[in-house]
Design a protein around this ligand. Structure first.
Ligand code: AMP
Ligand code: MG
Length: 349
């Protein structure tokens, strides 16, 4: 419930912030060109797509169908999905769709890039904490060490149109699927000749082009400590994707808070000193996997990877309340009035 409210907040803030800046130079008299917005529920979250141009209703409807199609392939809980079939037939090569083979391949590339901080084989561990069902509990040390012995993602084999898992391993692509869907939806929209759109898949945002007047979109980033927002990022044609401990959590019988981003090194919620990580990139699947992985890795390792890679930018908030941005966001990040006293540290190469 908490998650849905937070996501709706991002949706609303996005709409409000873009609406507040409407520009009188937009020519609303151009025939046949129109604005369309559609909001719907998929992949366990609230999604919205807004676009301006010709045939936008048709493009949005196609995009929605694509999201439902990807959901039916990638859902870990739908027994008919590719992922559920791979999980139930471990030890066997399972024939899957091109998209499933592609997302598993990309997930493992991201696992290699992040030293295993991103790991789709964490599913049984997430289940042991109750994150897959909502039936939360704290697993025992014995349970965790047994489950941790079977998360070696390098044993996941993708060959042409088949995926094979070793006996007993199960995967979940929830940490990358919405980003992958953002990329797919963007492609559909761009192929229709639409030059301006905003795709918001539960707070994972993909921008197509600029706002109609040519200026940057302003995306509100959720405040990890409350219901407001931490600040805004102005961007054109980018994916802006956030992972945070506030998105899904429970309070255990011991009174401690346990969140849903797991550290594959411990089998426990990552305690890296971060509250949230936002990644801005040309590639949404990459931004999605990185946001999850960099949350696990913590600020210093995240910055190290940023220095090595150079194809994404970062906004991070620490548990101590400090804000860090990489230098590419210096001109585009604006802290909200709620945090006007906060120290914004700009990280350079
Ligand atoms: P996100 O909201 O993109 O950060 O994804 C979080 C979701 O990814 C969780 O709800 C889990 O399903 C899954 N997950 C949690 N920890 C990891 C991890 N270390 N690597 C890959 N996926 C993870
Ligand atoms: Mg993610």
């Amino acid at each position: 419930m908490k998650k849905r409210c937070a996501l709706l907040m991002v949706v609303l803030l996005t709409v409000i912030l873009t609406a507040c800046r409407s520009d009188s130079s937009i020519n609303i008299d151009v025939p046949l060109e129109s604005d369309e917005t559609e909001q719907f529920f998929a992949m366990d979250t609230i999604m919205s797509i807004s676009a301006r141009g010709f045939s936008v209703a048709e493009a949005i409807s196609e995009a929605k169908e694509e999201i439902y199609r990807l959901e039916s392939l990638l859902s870990v809980t739908d027994p008919g999905s590719d992922i559920a079939t791979i999980n139930s037939e471990t030890g066997h090569a399972v024939i899957v769709s091109n998209d499933t083979a592609a997302i598993v391949t990309k997930a493992n590339e991201m696992a290699n890039l992040t030293g295993g901080a991103f790991n789709i084989a964490m599913y049984p561990i997430l289940r042991s904490w109750g994150f897959t069902t909502g039936d939360y509990s704290i697993p025992s040390e014995d349970t965790l060490s047994e489950l941790l012995s079977n998360i070696d993602y390098s044993k996941i084999s993708v060959k042409a149109d088949t995926v094979t898992l070793p006996q007993g391993m199960e995967i979940d692509v929830g940490g990358i699927a919405k980003g992958y869907a953002c990329d797919a939806v963007k492609e559909i929209i761009v192929n229709k000749g639409i030059k301006t759109a905003i795709i918001n898949l539960g707070g994972d945002v993909q921008l197509v082009g600029s706002r109609p007047n040519g200026s940057a979109w302003r995306i509100a980033i959720q405040d990890p400590n409350g219901d407001g927002y931490l600040g805004t990022i102005s961007a054109i044609d980018k994916a802006v994707i956030t992972s945070g401990s506030y998105e899904r959590y429970f309070v255990g019988a011991d009174g401690k808070t346990y969140h849903h981003i797991m550290d594959p090194a411990t089998g426990r919620p990552a305690q890296s000193g971060l509250l949230s990580v936002t990644v801005v990139s040309d590639s949404a699947y990459k931004a999605d996997a990185l946001a999850t992985a960099l949350f696990v890795m913590g600020r210093e390792k995240a910055i190290e990877l940023w220095r090595e890679q150079g194809d994404f930018e970062l906004l991070m908030m620490t548990t101590r309340g400090d804000v860090y941005i990489t230098e590419g966001l210096e001109d585009s990040f604006e802290i909200s009035a709620d945090y006007s006293g906060a120290n914004v540290n700009v990280v350079s190469k």
